[in-house]
Design a binder for this molecule. Structure first.
Ligand SMILES: [Zn+2]
Length: 175
């Protein structure tokens, strides 16, 4: 039976901070604190029944699955909103000029590009669950376009995630 799991849980429970560079440590600290008590927040209170529920702050780190999922959506929405029937099309991607009319008539492509530029190494949607300290991930198979399941233990999952966190000063994608 798979139990629900997130990258945040895995890092909080299994991270070995030895050998991490400063930026990787920062990212891990952010992710562990994201929407958890550590970052503080507000107590929401229902006017009707008086029930209280804490609302903790998000970390806002661009590597964070909880924060970046929303950033991707917001970016995608903004681009769709910009895509009014006007005679130009603006994207930071370099696309062959002749493709522009095609992209304009296929708004779903913008969603795809949003995922591509704002892609984080690992989204929580890919984490299927946890069983016996083994994390199951859905893995895209680029050859046949299908999905398969990849199983890793938590330290290996964290190691692979952190490979995508470059040291400070290096930026992978500009957007
Ligand atoms: Zn976050």
């Amino acid at each position: 039976m798979l139990e629900p799991a997130t990258l945040q849980d895995q890092i909080r429970d299994f991270l070995d901070p030895q050998g991490l560079h400063a930026q990787q440590q920062r990212v891990c600290t952010h992710l562990i604190g994201c929407r958890a008590e550590a970052l503080g927040g507000l107590n929401g209170r229902c006017d009707q029944c008086g029930a209280e529920q804490p609302r903790y702050r998000s970390c806002g780190d661009r590597h964070c699955p909880q924060c970046q999922g929303r950033a991707t959506e917001a970016w995608s929405e903004r681009q769709r909103a910009n895509q009014l029937p006007v005679p130009y099309f603006h994207l930071v991607f370099t696309l062959p000029h002749r493709l522009n009319p095609w992209v304009q008539s296929h708004p779903e492509v913008i969603g795809y590009l949003a995922r591509y530029t704002h892609r984080i190494a690992l989204s929580n949607a890919r984490i299927l669950g946890l069983d016996d300290d083994q994390v199951s991930l859905s893995d895209h198979d680029y050859r046949d376009g299908g999905h398969k399941t990849l199983t890793l233990d938590a330290p290996e999952l964290i190691r692979r995630f952190l490979l995508h966190v470059p040291p400070k000063g290096l930026i992978r994608v500009r957007h």
